[in-house]
Ligand binder design. Structure first.
Ligand SMILES: [Zn+2]
Length: 738
């Protein structure tokens, strides 16, 4: 997903600037629902994942999820589910009637009598859902904080659930202990047990009322972004998978800041919409749409994905369609759907999407699908933007996309980010509820590397200032650093999506910075090998944080550094805050007093000494007429004291001297010292002392105090200092645009 605006997400802040609220729709009566209640044990005794489940520490078994997908299998993924859905859209009432045949395979060694099904759309049925309860408790909304107005709620009703000829009884449950009024998870108690290894087929009729665009789904006018719209079965995890020690259902409620997790399988979805609507969806269109009674039925099929989303709009401009080819990938048809008001966004989005295809294919592994659909939501539907689904994602709309503008950075940044999810989340299908860092965090890191490599910088100044030469710009990791909590980080990036003091933002930013600092430590090639190994082992499976750690440790060959980073900054969180506390550099002068000379005690008074020093200085000046200040007949003693206000990290101290010489000292990690004083006696006076000259520690609270100067020359401090000045300007300019 795209970053929550109120949580320091720069790009989301830009997107939020374009947001507005409006429109109303007719309320629709909900179908009868069974009584809610507590969570009685399921008929087969299979437990649910705990509400506080988070970063897994134990690596999964080698045969987890059917083992590594080597490419020798008949299918890309080890398919567990198949969805055959026929859905019709009423674009006036924003209502979808669906018939779904769901086939689910019991991978476990135990008979299954109950299955859990996500009904995500019920998060938007009223203020009693877990989603809205969490908003109230935190006193803030999701991302841009769009509210649902009267008549704009969304919901999903199950109108019939059958297993063969038998009706399936079902009930709402709250696996995370949310309010009984949360209806985002249902438990089906199956009349017929599903034997180990066997499959069952469920026929489900449902009706989905879309909300006015909120939290990534809904309608605005004739625009429909249809996501999390059908009953989706939860994941049954087996022992040895993501830390499970017994079969367990992973079926969390729809939390305000959580995303999704589902089995791989096949989707065959027929979408019936009025014939003047442009449609886009996950997967490949099968043949020409079929017309009947002024409606067109578009059939899309996609295998080896774990979700299905689509869009329909009668205001769409003619889509932009191009193809992309790359080594190991099928020819990919790339389609950009956009409204007329954002025509300027279509070409930049296409280019960013194709650049992303090339970059991710090269750095992780070939793109395995034949389609990629990019949707630019219309004006007033921005909250549908910045969200990923398999082979399909939404970007952001901009009326103008000038070179080096904030609009360009936002549009290309969001396009690259949402594309990146096609790998992190799409192909590497981690659990976004429990381990969001594997999706948003790793994606943010890998996208930012792509921005860095393509030389994309953020130019905060408006065009008219750029034209008169006021055009500071920032490298992408500096932009990420601004949004990262560093002073009092509260949440480990490995924490789950909802149990967080600082919200979901740090999952993106802090994870990216942790990995960036690890990259600085072990080298870019090593971390690239680690990520390639992660992709090789875990594509089309569901890796955990522990699986990522092992792949990174093995692939990079830097196990010790990887394990230390995970222990300190991913499973936990620690402030990093080193600084140069003091620098002084003084001449070492002869000292007054008495001494023994040829057996006699002689005294040199301070007055005599001053005379001798003055003479030595004068002689030296005569002999060295062009000497710079900071040198002379006497050596200098330089002392630099460094202080540590957080975790012990490996530091390098660089001291520059007036004669151009330098001294470098290591302050290794792993000591208990809160401070250390380094000293040198050299012919020249020191000018400056600086920690972290190679920029290994972007997590550091404050880079400005990493250096101190003695002389007027402030070169050591200038780099970070000027950054900070411009950061302030950047923030001011952002406030001006929102
Ligand atoms: Zn995202």
């Amino acid at each position: 997903m795209h970053i929550p605006a109120r949580r320091a997400g720069l790009r989301a802040a830009l997107a939020a600037a374009l947001l507005a609220v409006g429109a109303a729709t007719a309320w629709l009566a909900q179908a009868d629902a069974p009584a809610a209640g507590a969570n009685p044990p399921s008929l087969d005794g299979i437990a649910l994942a705990a509400p506080n489940a988070a970063a897994v520490t134990v690596p999964s078994a080698p045969d987890a999820w059917g083992g590594i997908r080597t490419g020798d299998h008949a299918t890309l993924s080890n398919r567990v589910v198949s969805y055959n859905i026929a859905a019709a859209l009423d674009p006036v009432k924003h209502l979808i009637d669906g018939r779904q045949r769901l086939t689910w395979r019991n991978r476990s060694a135990v008979p299954v009598r109950s299955v859990y099904v996500h009904l995500y759309m019920n998060a938007f049925e009223g203020q009693g859902s877990t989603f809205f309860t969490e908003q109230r408790q935190r006193g803030e909304g999701f991302r841009s904080g769009v509210d649902i107005g009267d008549g704009e709620w969304g919901h999903i009703a199950l109108r019939g659930v059958r297993q063969g000829a038998s009706t399936v009884p079902w009930r709402f449950v709250q696996p995370d202990g949310g309010p009984a009024t949360d209806h985002t998870v249902a438990r089906f108690d199956l009349p017929e047990v599903v034997a180990p290894g066997a499959s069952t087929t469920l026929d489900i009729d449902f009706r989905t009322q879309l909300p006015r665009v909120i939290a990534r789904t809904g309608y605005f006018g004739s625009f429909h972004l249809v996501a999390q719209w059908f009953p989706k079965i939860a994941v049954l995890e087996l022992p040895g998978e993501r830390g499970a020690t017994a079969p367990r259902w992973n079926a969390h409620e729809f939390h305000m800041e959580s995303e999704f997790y589902a089995d791989f399988g096949s989707y065959d979805v027929s979408l019936t919409v009025p014939k003047d609507y442009t449609v886009g969806a996950t997967g490949e269109l099968q043949g020409q749409p079929v017309e009947k009674n002024g409606m067109l039925t578009h059939r899309y099929v996609q295998h080896d994905v774990h979700d299905f989303a689509w869009t329909a709009d009668k205001r769409s401009a003619r889509p932009l369609v191009e193809t992309w080819t790359g080594p190991g990938s099928p020819t990919v048809t790339v389609k950009v759907l956009y409204p007329p008001e954002y025509a300027a966004s279509a070409r930049p989005a296409m280019k960013a999407a194709k650049d992303s295809l090339a970059w991710f294919s090269r750095t992780l592994g070939p793109y395995p699908y034949r389609t990629l659909t990019v949707v630019i939501p219309p004006y007033n539907a921005q909250e549908a933007g910045g969200m990923e689904y398999p082979t399909f994602f939404t970007a952001s709309g901009h009326a103008e996309v000038a070179p080096n503008s904030l609009d360009e950075y936002a549009l290309e940044g969001v396009t690259i980010h949402e594309f990146g999810h096609g790998y992190f989340y799409g192909i590497l299908a981690s659990n976004e509820f429990e381990e969001p860092m594997l999706d948003e965090g790793l994606n943010e890191y890998w996208d930012t590397r792509m921005l860095r490599e393509r030389g994309q910088r953020l130019h905060p100044m408006p065009g008219w200032l750029q034209r008169i030469g006021i055009d500071p710009s920032f490298e992408a990791f500096d932009v990420v650093r601004i949004g990262t909590p560093r002073k009092e980080p509260a949440d480990a990036p490995g924490q789950n999506a909802w149990n967080r003091l600082d919200g979901i933002g740090p999952v993106y930013m802090r994870t990216a910075l942790v990995l960036r600092d690890l990259e600085a430590r072990i080298g870019s090639e090593a971390i690239e090998r680690g990520f390639k190994e992660y992709y090789r082992r875990w594509k089309f499976r569901h890796p955990s944080v522990a699986d990522f750690r092992e792949a990174l440790a093995d692939g990079s060959g830097a196990r010790a550094a990887v394990e230390e980073t995970f222990a300190r900054q991913l499973y936990a969180v620690a402030r990093v805050d080193d600084r140069v506390a003091e620098i002084n550099s003084e001449e070492v002068l002869p000292l007054a007093g008495t001494r023994l000379e040829n057996g006699r005690r002689v005294e040199e008074t301070q007055a005599d000494l001053d005379k001798r020093i003055a003479k030595l200085r004068a002689d030296w000046k005569k002999a060295n007429p062009k000497a710079k200040p900071g040198s002379g007949p006497f050596p200098y003693r330089t002392q630099v004291t460094v202080r540590r206000g957080g975790a012990s990290v490996s530091q390098t101290l660089l001291v520059r001297f007036a004669d151009g010489s330098r001294e470098v000292a290591a302050w290794p990690a792993g000591t208990d010292e809160n401070w250390r004083t380094f000293s040198w006696v050299k012919p020249a006076k020191a000018e400056s002392a600086e920690l972290d000259t190679r920029r290994h520690h972007y997590l550091d609270v404050n880079k400005l105090d990493d250096s101190r100067t003695l002389a007027n020359d402030g070169s050591a401090a200038r780099r970070w200092g000027s950054d900070a000045m411009v950061f302030i300007q950047l923030l001011l300019s952002l406030i001006a645009t929102v």
